[in-house]
Design a protein around this ligand. Structure first.
Ligand code: PEP
Ligand code: MG
Length: 756
């Protein structure tokens, strides 16, 4: 008999049983008979979860007197092990397995071979289905597949007949796997607690048996087509990861998406009578089992990709294409994703989003910058996420330590709450610095400004007492919008921002789209052109060519600042002429408004960002044109080190405290002295304490940083003597090691300066 035929026969007969008016126990008794007959198996048994134990509910072949008498704890014996690990066992000699436990009341001593599969409902094991034979034999794939299919059908019966208590199953399965720790890379510090929500939700299979096999086949065909289309356009989606490994992963995805074997197996499962969803899941279960038997880390990685893809196919088939954001967060949430784009993160309800765990991610990826601005702790490069975390699991995220505890014990959760309280106390100390001006011990006033990008961020200005907004990322409004924001909308935003800032300055950066900040309405143009988007058609390059975009923004900014000071800066200036060209756009719009007799800004200050190393060679030409220069260390570092800022593999490789970047920054500062141009740093680097110390030590006096860092950096500034620090930095930079981290930490320790 073929795999499909065996399963088909079981399913046809099960369908009749399920549709009958028999009570649940009667149905289970029939099920074990049917499977036993179809697989010519001497024993077939069903164990279900009751009061925390796996209880024998029905059997063919074991002593009937054992029914409702034999009970095993989760993890006890072979049956318990299957439920605990949610895994299949296929054994020629059951007694040889270390978990084997003999139960005399069942009369099972004469049976040698054993195969069992978990009955899973809502990702929890609620029972076990197993077969036994007198003959020592390993079961064939088709038999295991038939058992898995039956287990799926049973889970539906169990749910409908309310044979097990779902809440009980939930609690038990949590206990059964117990607490587990995950580690990752700190991307945004902080603590957060909540329940796991997958950004790409898993589909819950509610109907296993098909009513119309042909219709199911068509659904799968269409889903495969859509999935293949999606894979072909995936490269531009942030969820999939930008740069770095994504090429390789994409290749694997393509390989699976076009794999005839995979679609054939799904079709066979449909032939056996399953719905499209159940067929995909069944094939996936089987693949998981096969992969586990092969102990190869490379294959494990591929499995991860296939899981991702199968989930995508399931979501297409089930018509659940939105992310978890579209369903809304119902309680405090720790969001789990492979990767995210900044716009995707912004779709989540800020009040309920307590943390993010990424499988990829890097420090300066824009999603991380947005999370930092939202004050949402994030860890990245986290291993074992999908095998450890299930939807709804409780998670304590300690992003500062780069760790998460999944399904914590109550006492651990209590200890976490205590730490939470301490960190709130610390926050209160920072809040008390709100109105304190950041003077160093030697009396120098340091400008501590904050970075922002959304209207909502402006409330942080008063809360932190920052000196102004040193970088307003105007592209964020472009990222959260499905269409290009119109002039009126832009003007309104800029005016609101200026109103919220009051007397404090706001430096608007013109749009920096491209790189890892792709927008749907320009994605095709960007993707079509660029193999390496960070170095491609982005930021000012794009804005100057799409002059309409720049003109609209210039006019909006000028109108919004009527009667006040406007600070505007251009991103990714690579050569001085680009600055001139961008300024000309503003000059023309200014002339137009003047001709229209519109009220103009009182003063306009033009600045440039230094992010492209080439510009550092042209400071003599550039500086006379500027009122200020702002160093974007996020991009600058990626170009200096030729290391993609979004590539998780490189996330820890280059240190901001490496002498090359510090020497570079010091040279820029020294070249600017006497030019009258205010030079500051607005990259993430300035918000980290040791890095901020280094910047102060090489002469920087203006930092624009993420709002959460304003308090800590003010506190630090007040403990620093600049002359002492600068002498130390000069010494270290003259004869440096690989990084200045150790030296700066020791220096900070000696002065009671906290730094992480
Ligand atoms: C930078 O590159 O350092 C910067 C501040 O700009 P963004 O992070 O938005 O690219
Ligand atoms: Mg930048």
């Amino acid at each position: 008999m073929t795999a499909a035929a065996a399963a088909r026969q079981i399913l046809t007969r099960l369908t009749e049983v399920m549709a009958s008016r028999m009570h649940a126990q009667g149905k289970l008794d029939q099920v074990v008979e049917i499977i036993g007959e179809c697989l010519s198996s001497e024993v077939c048994s069903i164990y279900l979860l009751r009061e925390g134990m796996l209880e024998l509910f029905a059997t063919r072949g074991l002593n009937q007197s054992a029914v409702h008498v034999t009970r095993m704890a989760i993890g006890e014996g072979l049956t318990g092990a299957i439920a605990q690990k949610i895994d299949t066992l296929n054994l020629a000699e059951a007694k040889a397995h270390p978990d084997f436990l003999y139960r005399p009341e069942t009369g099972e001593e004469k049976f040698h071979s054993f195969a069992g599969v978990p009955i899973v409902y809502r990702e929890r094991a609620v029972g076990v289905l197993c077969v036994q034979h007198v003959e020592p034999r390993r079961y064939e794939d088709i038999e295991i597949e038939a058992l898995q299919t039956t287990a799926m059908v049973l889970s539906e019966l169990i749910a409908n007949a309310e044979l097990v208590d779902e809440e009980e199953a939930r609690v038990l399965t949590q206990e059964q796997t117990g607490p587990q720790a995950l580690t990752g890379l700190t991307l945004v510090k902080g603590l957060g607690a909540g329940h796991a929500v997958y950004h790409q939700p898993r589909v819950e299979i509610t109907q296993v048996m098909a009513e119309d096999t042909e219709a199911e086949r068509q659904r799968v065909y269409r889903a495969f087509d859509r999935m293949r289309e999606q894979i072909d356009t995936l490269a531009s989606q942030a969820e999939f990861g930008v740069g770095g490994e994504h090429e390789e992963v994409l290749e694997t995805y393509k390989m699976f998406a076009y794999d005839e074997g995979w679609s054939r197996r799904i079709n066979e499962a449909i032939d056996s009578g399953l719905t499209a969803e159940a067929a995909i899941e069944r094939v996936q279960q089987h693949t998981r089992m096969r992969m586990r038997e092969i102990d190869d880390p490379l294959l494990a990685d591929r499995m991860h990709d296939l899981e991702d893809l199968a989930n995508r196919l399931l979501r297409i088939v089930a018509g659940q294409v939105g992310t978890a954001a579209s369903q809304g967060l119902r309680r405090d949430t720790i969001l789990i994703a492979r990767n995210l784009g900044p716009a995707e993160l912004l779709e989540y309800d800020k009040r309920r989003l307590k943390g993010v765990i990424l499988e990829e991610g890097s420090l300066t990826a824009h999603v991380v910058i947005v999370a930092r601005a939202m004050n949402v702790p994030v860890i990245g490069r986290t291993k074992g996420v999908r095998t450890t975390i299930r939807e709804g699991d409780e998670i304590l995220l300690d992003a500062t330590a780069g760790s998460a505890i999944v399904r914590p014990l109550p006492q651990v959760a209590d200890a976490f709450q205590t730490r939470f309280a301490k960190s709130r106390e610390k926050q209160a100390t920072y809040a008390s610095l709100r109105d304190v001006e950041p003077f160093t011990r030697c009396g120098t006033r340091i400008q501590v400004m904050m970075n922002a990008g959304l209207r909502d961020d402006m409330s942080s200005l008063a809360m932190t007492g920052a000196d102004g907004v040193g970088l307003f990322r105007t592209e964020f409004q472009f990222l959260v919008s499905a269409t290009l924001p119109q002039r009126e909308r832009q003007t309104r935003l800029y005016r609101d921002v200026l109103d919220a800032a009051g007397e404090k300055p706001v430096i608007f950066r013109t749009v920096d789209i491209g790189g890892d900040k792709s927008v749907p309405y320009l994605a095709s143009e960007i993707a079509a052109q660029d193999e390496n988007p960070a170095m491609g058609w982005r930021a000012l390059r794009l804005a100057l060519e799409r002059e309409g975009l720049m003109k609209v923004q210039a006019r909006s900014l000028l109108e919004a600042s009527a009667g006040r000071s406007l600070y505007v800066m251009f991103p990714m200036v690579s050569e001085p002429w680009e600055f001139d060209a961008a300024k000309t756009v503003f000059d023309e719009q200014l002339a137009y408004l003047r001709a229209q007799k519109k009220q103009l800004p009182e003063r306009i200050h033009f600045g440039a960002m230094l992010e492209v190393p080439a510009l550092a060679e042209m400071l003599d030409v550039l500086l006379p044109k500027l009122s200020f220069l702002s160093i974007g260390t996020n991009d600058l570092t990626q170009f200096l080190f030729a290391a993609d800022r979004a590539n998780p593999k490189l996330a820890e490789r280059y240190d901001w405290l490496s002498p090359s970047i510090l020497r570079f920054l010091r040279r820029v500062m020294q070249t600017s002295i006497g030019s009258g141009v205010d030079v500051g740093v607005c990259g993430e680097m300035g918000g980290r304490r040791l890095e901020a110390l280094a910047l102060l030590g090489i002469g920087y006096r203006r930092l624009s940083i993420t709002p959460a860092a304003v308090g800590p950096i003010k506190e630090l500034v007040r403990k620093v003597d600049l002359a002492e620090l600068s002498t130390a930095m000069t010494g270290w930079l003259a004869a440096p090691g690989r990084s200045l981290r150790a030296e700066l930490s020791a220096w900070a320790d000696a002065r009671d300066i906290e730094y992480d």
